[in-house]
Design a protein around this ligand. Structure first.
Ligand SMILES: Cc1cc2nc3c(=O)[nH]c(=O)nc-3n(C[C@H](O)[C@H](O)[C@H](O)COP(=O)(O)O)c2cc1C
Length: 272
């Protein structure tokens, strides 16, 4: 199995959402995310905290962040990973640039679709030049609306980004599909459109089970299906699928507890 390092960037993740040591987090624009983020102390005790008010990155800082991604990609390969997945989904820094709701910039990184996609492409080019396009994937989230991410232009923006990433010949796009109970479905039209503009592999993730995974693979609209939560409750998930063994139920109440409980303490299946 190949291992891919998922890069949210050194400025990604919490640093775009929470103050650290009194320093405001950074973002495309000084807009506070209507969201909370999980923070744990060194003992693993944690809580959900409101996101902080960020400050907007300057253009020279954006160039430094691109270099951070380049260095992170190089480090990942040196550390033995097979490739790098650029995290441009789920409200992380690159996704914030893609969305007109979180990106109010009036320079070359904001406004038009081309400008909002610019930061992603600069990161992708930097990472690709370090590790080679065939070792780069990009995670995107066109239909996610939670936590203030409901941008009316995101689908067109992501289709344009997919065209640009195709020209760069990146290996795959990974769709993080909406994964909560009443989430919007990904329309078939969008899946066909993505196939038309992107020649590489398509990975999908988000509430897939065995039947749904089989359906989308046989429809030809995805090449691979990624599973998240089923792997938590079933550490031997592939073996259970292969042998038709029953799947353990996943307990959502034990998430974000700060310890291994409910994450890595589910047992493997013991065949009778
Ligand atoms: C506990 C937990 C934490 C997650 N954290 C992140 C995260 O930090 N960033 C992210 O992009 N997705 C995150 N996800 C979403 C997963 O990457 C995946 O897209 C999602 O679980 C849908 O797949 P599934 O229905 O097979 O679980 C998280 C999911 C879970 C269950």
């Amino acid at each position: 199995m190949e291992e891919y390092f998922s890069s949210s960037g050194t400025w990604g993740g919490c640093h775009t959402l929470l103050s650290i040591d009194g320093e405001p987090p950074v973002a495309p624009s000084a807009l506070k995310a209507d969201a909370q983020v999980w923070v744990a102390d060194e003992q693993g005790n944690g809580q959900m905290l409101d996101c902080s008010m960020p400050r907007a990155l300057t253009v020279p800082e954006i160039r430094n962040v691109v270099e951070d991604y380049r260095r992170a990609a190089r480090n990942a390969l040196e550390a033995g990973f097979d490739g790098v997945e650029i995290h441009a989904a789920n409200g992380y820094l690159i996704d914030q640039f893609l969305r007109s709701t979180s990106n109010h910039r009036i320079d070359e990184y904001g406004g038009s679709i081309e400008n909002r996609v610019r930061f992603l492409m600069e990161v992708a080019e930097a990472v690709q030049s370090e590790v080679g396009a065939d070792r780069v994937g990009v995670r995107l989230a066109p239909y996610i609306t939670a936590r203030g991410m409901n941008c009316p232009e995101i689908v067109d923006t992501i289709e344009y980004a997919a065209e640009c990433l195709n020209q760069l010949s990146v290996a795959y796009l990974h769709l993080s599909e909406a994964d909560w109970d009443d989430a919007p479905q990904v329309p078939l039209e969008f899946r066909h459109q993505l196939r038309q503009v992107f020649d590489g592999a398509l990975i999908v993730a988000g509430r897939y089970d065995q039947d749904k995974a089989r359906d989308i693979l046989s429809s030809g609209l995805a090449d691979l299906v990624a599973f998240g939560r089923p792997f938590i409750a079933n550490p031997d998930f592939p073996a259970r699928i292969r042998h038709g063994w029953p799947l353990a139920e996943f307990d959502g109440n034990t998430l974000f507890g700060g310890t291994e409980q409910g994450y890595s303490d589910y047992p493997a299946y013991t065949p009778v």
